[in-house]
Design a protein around this ligand. Sequence first.
Ligand SMILES: [Zn+2]
Length: 507
Amino acid sequence: MRPWVLALFCIVVACAAGWLGANYIPRLSDHDGYFLVDVVDPVRVPLPSPQPRVTLVVVDGLRADSALTMATVARLREHGQCRIADVGTYTVSRPIYALLSTGLEVDRSGARNNDETSALRAESVWQVATAAGLEVGVASHLPWWHQLFVTGFARTVEVAKDEDVFHAAAQLRTDVTVIHPVYVDTAGHAFGAASPEYRAAVDRVDAEALAWLQTVDLQREIVVFTADHGHVDAGGHGAQQPEIRGVLLCVAGPMIAVRSDAAAIDARIVAPTVAVALGLRFPRNMRALDDDLDALWTIFTGLDAEYVEDRRRSIDAFRQRNAEALAGWLDDGQPPTWNALADHARRARYWRIALPLALLAAAVGFALRIRGLGARQGAGSLVWIAGTLVVTAVVWVVVRGSFDYTSINERVPFIRASLLICAGVAIAAAWLHVRVFADPARWAADQATVTLIAIGLSLGHVFAFGWPLAFPVPHRFVLFFPFLAATFGVVHGGLGAAAALRWARSR
Ligand SMILES: [Zn+2]
């Protein structure tokens, strides 16, 4: 092999790795959704009591332990209940707004990044309310809610981050309102959840929310108060750390049971809770089966028995329709549940994972073989190659806390950290190679082999998990891998080209 061929290969790979990395975020989402089941839910018995005004407050990035210190929460608890709500394993903001609005889990809603601005196909409770003739408004620091559900909001107010979103919402006076402040999340990203800056942001939201709450008549209005996710102490979210996925959910107002013993619940309960409070049908794609829907009757109290009976019948109908749809997608004998469908899909793609791995192993073996390395030399190169990969991952976990979405925190700091870590390990590995083996041709070839593995795994990821990313979302390490693999490929591709040029000069 000539040096310039190796150099060219490495440059092409570096470009391809960078391109795959830049396109990974868009690859995650498909707003058409996956395995959606449409269920028609006629409300046969109307809500007999006067329809209350309902407000959902979502404090972006508010950790449960911080929420529990808020005076707002103490006041809501006097008029209802607070409990831990599990938002699931994919704790990214826009996807969780979709989950709270539809009652559908992130994996099937198809909202899996913050960048995709198209409307979601899954139906939200906001659209149900609008179609029923209610006026629905949203006051937020972001346009994301009405981007997701274009037909869900008659009134939208987007205010600057230094402005009070609760104050803006109070001007709306809509029948149903979403209030969404984001500066707690901003502080979490910039300073971490253990910082005084995060504390100050929580104090600010507490003051703003409390002032707004003074204007709310909790005898006649229902307030649902929650968060989309928490933050780790160092800042960041996206994966399934308990302080991120377990947020506080408070419900207060008329028809709400006052209780201090409320058990943890699935956050998907928010959309059906809003529907029951307003006497509306459930949003049509709401998850039923492996669900927490019976917990609705631990939230409400004193509802008309016939109304509750009708809503229970609807939940049964949802489960029935979901089971029928699942039976069509599963083999005979498998229980018709969403967890079974996920297991089924995972098993069906084992070969798609195994095939690229086998091909890559064969390519690496072939690359070592055509170089005519002896067994000892081949083993030495393999140890160096594997060491470079493993040490990069270990340093990442030591510096950034985990090998998952949470360790990204924010885009620009992530790119900077991943470049520094990949390049730092790569340069140390190159230094070691030059000292131990003292062979420019061998360094160039080994460096090119690392590059080959980086691109092989990245392309294998696309083959195995699809474009857009298929159902179900893979294990958190596998989900995160392409983010770091992109920088790794760029760094090692560049270094491989440099090694090849050094080899060319040494000849
Ligand atoms: Zn965030």
